[in-house]
Design a protein around this ligand. Structure first.
Ligand code: IDP
Ligand code: MG
Length: 149
């Protein structure tokens, strides 16, 4: 039988990306530090160069939006650090660490709020991606790390 305290926990995995702006600015270590400092564990970390095909799968929900093409161009502009992090409610927890999408208005204390700002481009260069639901997390982890068990 599940102990009452265990009923409230749910160990999850999430896909986190340090986008090309974060890798170029040398913020990979600082972002990994924040993930680990929060108490999440790393299940996979790999520096990857995305492809258009991989990004079309990853950003499936955004295909056709006005920012889609510039987003893909940005994501192809340099290597991305792909991370799978694990822990209790890590999906929600990392979204909270990351802050809201627009780095200019993201709260201080968050990755985007502390380290990001809007650049004069068509796409929000906001340092990180984090899965937004259990369904997205399993879909995105299988796209970036097909061999991960
Ligand atoms: P999220 O990364 O906070 O989940 P999404 O709405 O899923 O935000 O958008 C994916 C990414 O597309 C964002 O992180 C950002 O880089 C970019 N993006 C989203 N909305 C806009 C926009 O209105 N203009 C330009 N870029 C955007
Ligand atoms: Mg999203």
């Amino acid at each position: 039988m599940t102990a009452p305290e265990e009923a409230h926990t749910s160990t999850e995995r999430t896909l986190i990306l340090v986008k090309p702006d974060g890798v170029k600015r040398g913020l990979s270590g600082e972002i990994l530090r924040r993930i680990e400092a929060k108490g999440y564990t790393l299940a996979a970390v790999e520096l990857r160069t995305a492809t258009s095909d991989l990004l079309a799968q990853h950003y499936e929900e955004h295909v056709g939006k006005p920012f889609y093409e510039p987003l893909v161009e940005f994501m192809l502009s340099g290597p991305t650090l792909a991370i799978v992090a694990e822990g209790d409610r890590v999906i929600e927890g990392f979204r909270s660490l990351a802050g809201t999408t627009d780095p200019t208005s993201a709260a201080p204390g968050t990755i985007r709020g502390d380290l990001g700002r809007q650049w004069p481009t068509k796409v929000l260069q906001n340092l990180v991606h984090g899965s937004d639901s259990t369904e997205s997390a399993s879909r995105e982890i299988s796209i970036w790390f097909p061999g991960l068990s």
